[in-house]
Design a protein around this ligand. Structure first.
Ligand code: ZN
Length: 155
């Protein structure tokens, strides 16, 4: 399949992949910095998982809102527990990546725009860990993404 195919498809179908979100989705709170249209669409697509997306975007933003030029993520002291695992911002970012990958192209590019801004700030305010080697694997067997290979508290 040619490389420009997804872009061509998006152009033809518009930013909403040809979907009109139902009216009720417009009464739900906007998702982070997504536009009202984008928020409505993502509420529609994710249904019950949209609040989880909002929580994870808020956790990522809260991490970046901390004072100081340099930030160090902290490992969760209880990583097996779904709630406590989110104490590690890299785990929050993993789950945002999962939600992002599950969206169709138009909605994905809207969420991607928000994530790119947050990632740029995360990259700027944290330092790469020179000792971290990408040997870790996520649940799907992929190498751990770059956001796991930053200097953590206590390293
Ligand atoms: Zn726990």
């Amino acid at each position: 399949m040619p490389r420009n195919r997804p872009g061509a498809l998006r152009a033809r179908r518009g930013p909403f992949d040809g979907r009109r979100p139902p009216e009720w989705t417009r009464e739900l709170p906007p998702l982070d910095r997504l536009s009202p249209d984008e928020s409505a669409l993502i509420h529609h697509l994710l249904r019950g998982r949209a609040p989880g997306l909002a929580v994870r975007l808020a956790l990522y933003r809260a991490f970046l809102d901390r004072p100081g030029d340099r930030l160090r993520p902290a490992r969760s002291t209880c990583p097996a527990c779904p709630g406590c695992a989110l104490d590690d911002v890299a785990v929050v970012r993993d789950q945002l990546a999962d939600l992002y990958r599950g969206l169709p192209p138009g909605a994905r590019s809207a969420l991607g725009r928000v994530l790119r801004t947050l990632d740029a700030e995360f990259c700027r305010r944290t330092l790469p860990d020179p000792a971290a080697v990408p040997v870790g694997r996520d649940r799907s067997g992929r190498p751990l993404p770059w956001w796991h290979r930053r200097l953590y508290e206590g390293t």
